[in-house]
Design a protein around this ligand. Sequence first.
Ligand code: FE2
Length: 349
Amino acid sequence: MSNKAISTRAVSNSSLTGVSSRSKETKKAMRFSELGDTLFEELADRMATRHDYRLLFEHTLKPELFAQIRLAAASYISCVLESPVILSESEMLARIIKARESGNLPNYVGTGLLMPKKEHVLAFNALQKSMAEAFFQLGANDLIDAVDLPINLRMVFGKTSQEVMKIPFTSMKLHSDVWNGVHPDATVVVLPLFGDIDNITIEAGEMPQEMELSHMRLMSDFNDGSHVPMIAKYEDAKMQHGTMYFNDARGLHQTVRRVSEGLRISIDFRFRRKFNEGYRAMIPPEAMKPPVGGKFLKDMSVPYEDWLKVGRETLMIFDETMASAGQSYQKAKDVPLYNRNYRMINMFE
Ligand SMILES: [Fe+2]
């Protein structure tokens, strides 16, 4: 055999090895994606009132349950605005915009959260409790492992600036929540409550299935994932008040603003399910190791049974006051993504 023939065979052998290891990886990636889909479908079978997309399902709340959550949220927001009465939706939105523009909303942090402070302990615990009561009625209690505490009360304003695109993890950039610290097996829940959800909304979709496993990892900026294409866009999933949206953490999404005024207010939180150990084990631990100096979401989850007790048997106590939040707000150059800013007390001990 000539030298040329040998080297040709060597090349073709090594490229064959390359092909087979690539196809092995693709097979593994597809196994991960399909297992994820099966687990997500099981949740949807129990909880969804509508399931049109692979990584997204909906649950439209019974009107009385939604009314209860809205009332609790309005009560909390009115408390933040120092109103002695619960404000109407339009009054509340107008006062929030005014407070933000005049710099009088120190508990509103850059990532969009309206953080509870000492003055809001009771109102916020009541909001947490009303959300838990609605979630408990969805019919998947035996599948739920751990849930974020507290829930996030998020306000997204129409008015923004291009400056926000410099923030590594701004939701204006297309992303998977995993990239800044959400567990790959988590489900993200969003419930729009008030304001302009038609024009200040979230658009969701999915990446190619074979890219999911290799992109379940921390990044230092959502831009690190800008090469990941959204191949299916969930065009008809228009968000509405009173419907909970359940998005698998593998999904891609971004905040979209079609107006430059107004705001929307929504609740969001994440949960992890039980009986998915094999799926969790497919994520290499090093993929979720934070790069040095990176700022990532802290794990805010507590066991589901503890989550359900808040406002009934236990209370979250926020020790920081609005005044001290105002002072640290002035000083802070960096806004934390989230702090576990509460301690728990037992109400009856
Ligand atoms: Fe997100």
